[in-house]
Design a binder for this molecule. Structure first.
Ligand code: F6P
Length: 324
């Protein structure tokens, strides 16, 4: 393997640039060429390539977003799209790909590898942390810190006005951001898709906290929460049932995807990028690199997608005890 392509795909996350830098520098170190592919699989189909040297990635370790841009490609879901992508790889004499992205990107990679036997290594990059085979995905730590910082600010105004705030955080179908940012920001209640505790319980808990003398509260809601009500409906439900509360809603949204990566994400990106290149140079393929007990490990891409994700229920218990 002499020429390695690198791309970022799906929803961007802080640390993707640090991972691109790591892949490019590891290639330079091992004297392999590195080619950047713009806009993920869509750029692969369109042949949107750029040659990257060690100096092309100066001063990006600290930058949010991705210099290679990202996209969710519908065309790559079609056989014709993937055929075009493969033709471009052959034409540009690329021998392997490093895909930085989430489960959608890895699913595309697995299908592509099956069809064309093209070597692929995945680096988990998503704020959602919903990938099996790694304790942390790139960007998750930064997104947590962004969410906690935002909720801290909401707490200030909630407290000044004696209000109850519902704060919606991202995470798609997973509750990692909600649970961890909720505990970190001292939320009264945390609603996550993995554990639907029911709305009655939430009302009881809010009543209890009023009785206990709390004048303001924060409820963190995962966007994938399964209560059957969206965050605005939840707020209305509480206002109707507990008129003593003045309720407001804040949806944090895409701010959670931006910003400078935390030191943790930069270090993780650097470690995973090096490992990805080393695996390809050792003729390994169809693997995802990840972190477990602070060791870099590999998982098959198939397992990474299908393995599911386990939320830390002990944290929910801790959160319950903290609201006493
Ligand atoms: O997967 C990352 C993520 O930010 C999710 O948390 C969220 O559900 C989704 O992407 C939003 O996607 P889009 O950027 O297409 O609105």
């Amino acid at each position: 393997i002499k020429r390695i392509g690198v791309m970022t795909s799906g929803g961007d996350s802080p640390g993707m640039n640090a991972a691109i830098r790591s892949v490019v520098r590891a290639c330079a170190y091992y004297r392999a060429e590195c080619i950047g592919i713009y806009r993920g699989y869509q750029g692969l189909i369109e042949g949107d390539f750029v040659s990257l040297t060690a100096r092309s990635v100066n001063n990006i370790i600290n930058k949010g977003g991705t210099i290679l841009k990202s996209a969710r490609s519908d065309e790559f879901r079609t056989k014709e799209g993937r055929k075009k992508a493969h033709e471009n790889l052959v034409e540009h004499e690329l021998h392997a790909l490093v895909v930085i992205g989430g489960d959608g990107s890895f699913t595309g990679g697995v299908i592509f590898n099956k069809e064309f036997k093209f070597p692929i290594i995945g680096i988990p990059g998503t704020i959602d942390n919903d990938i099996f085979g790694t304790s942390h995905t790139l960007g998750y730590d930064t997104a947590l810190n962004t969410a906690v910082e935002a909720i801290d600010k909401i707490r200030d105004t909630a407290s000044s006005h004696n209000r109850l705030f519902f704060v919606e955080v991202m995470g798609r179908d997973a509750g990692f951001i909600a649970l961890n940012a909720g505990v970190g920001a001292g939320a009264e209640e945390i609603l996550i898709p993995e554990e639907d505790l029911g709305l009655k319980r939430m009302l009881e808990s809010l009543k209890k906290s009023r009785r206990a003398g709390k004048s303001s509260s924060i409820v963190v809601v995962a966007e994938g929460d399964k209560s059957g009500k969206n965050v605005y409906e939840l707020a209305q439900y509480v206002e109707e049932n507990l008129p003593e509360y003045e309720v407001r809603v804040s949806v944090l949204g895409h701010m959670q995807r931006g910003g400078a990566p935390s030191c943790f994400d930069r270090v993780l990106a650097s470690r995973l990028g090096v490992k990805a290149v080393e695996l390809l140079l050792d003729n390994e393929t169809n693997l995802m690199v990840g972190l477990k007990n602070n060791e870099v490990i590999t998982t098959s891409l198939e397992e990474a997608i299908k393995g599911g994700h386990a939320i830390n229920m002990e944290l929910l218990r801790v959160s319950d005890i903290m609201t006493t």
